[in-house]
Design a protein around this ligand. Structure first.
Ligand SMILES: [Fe+2]
Length: 264
């Protein structure tokens, strides 16, 4: 499994506070079956603004720690860029801030709303040769109420990253229902732990992986947890819509979405 959304570089954002916590996070990831991960610290206009060189140096440090600990873990640099038009002064093309320095950029919406310039932001990135990966849209209530708009983004080439805890129901029934819906709709491309530490937001994908297997079968699980992440890391093309096996909807999905037609 590959985890494309983590905050493990020590002291760079609100993730790992120090190297000891970073080490413990790496150990936790490995012990739960993660083979590779991207370190994606926050990049926020007017807030956290680490240089790409700082992120790459943090990644190099974590690779060293991982090797010394005997872990078989691939670690790649990246960022989680808060959606904002001014940040485009820093992100001018593929390379810096993109996952593994390629052309895929993890970007997040504000917590509760969809800014009016969202489509323009995605378009501007794409015009510069960057493919946006939208981080955890299932957590945003404005997106959950407007899933047609989200699917239109995918149609236009935006990829979707789901948070593992969302699928597990840790963020409530509505979030879990949206997560499950997106998975069964075939528009979840990658999964991430969005880990910030070792207590509550931890770098563990294994539980969500089981849920994915139940929802979309072994092939769907492999696509989301292994094949698509490897393509992104290698800067190869990812299919926008995934054929999914019809699986019996369960849990949050059936309770909250049965009969609802809020997506085409
Ligand atoms: Fe994050």
């Amino acid at each position: 499994m590959f985890d494309l959304h983590t905050h493990i570089i020590p002291g760079i954002d609100d993730g790992a506070e120090n190297l000891e916590i970073s080490k413990a996070m790496l150990e936790l990831a490995v012990s739960h079956g993660t083979q590779g991960l991207a370190v994606t610290p926050h990049v926020v206009e007017g807030g956290w603004l680490p240089d790409w060189e700082e992120i790459v140096a943090g990644c190099t440090l974590l690779r060293k720690v991982s090797e010394e600990s005997g872990y078989h873990l691939n670690i790649y640099p990246g960022a989680e860029v808060a959606l904002n038009m001014d940040i485009l002064n820093r992100i001018t093309g593929p390379g810096p801030y993109c996952i593994n320095g390629g052309s895929y950029l993890l970007t997040e919406l504000p917590a509760l709303e969809i800014p009016p310039y969202t489509e323009d932001f995605f378009f501007m990135l794409q015009a510069r040769g960057i493919t946006p990966i939208l981080a955890h849209p299932e957590r945003n209530p404005a997106v959950a109420r407007n899933l047609e708009r989200l699917e239109e983004w995918v149609r236009r080439g935006v990829l979707i990253q789901l948070n593992a805890p969302s699928l597990n129901g840790r963020l409530g029934k509505e979030v879990a229902a949206t997560a499950e819906y997106l998975v069964t709709r075939g528009i979840v491309h990658v999964i991430g732990s969005d880990a910030h530490g070792i207590n509550s937001r931890r770098p563990i994908l294994s539980e969500a992986a089981q849920k994915l297997r139940a929802l979309v079968g072994e092939a769907g699980y492999r696509r989301i947890c292994l094949e698509n992440p490897l393509k992104i890391i290698a800067n190869e093309t990812v299919e926008l819509f995934m054929e999914v096996q019809a699986a019996a909807p369960s849990g949050w999905f059936s309770r909250l979405f049965s009969g609802k037609k809020n997506i085409r």
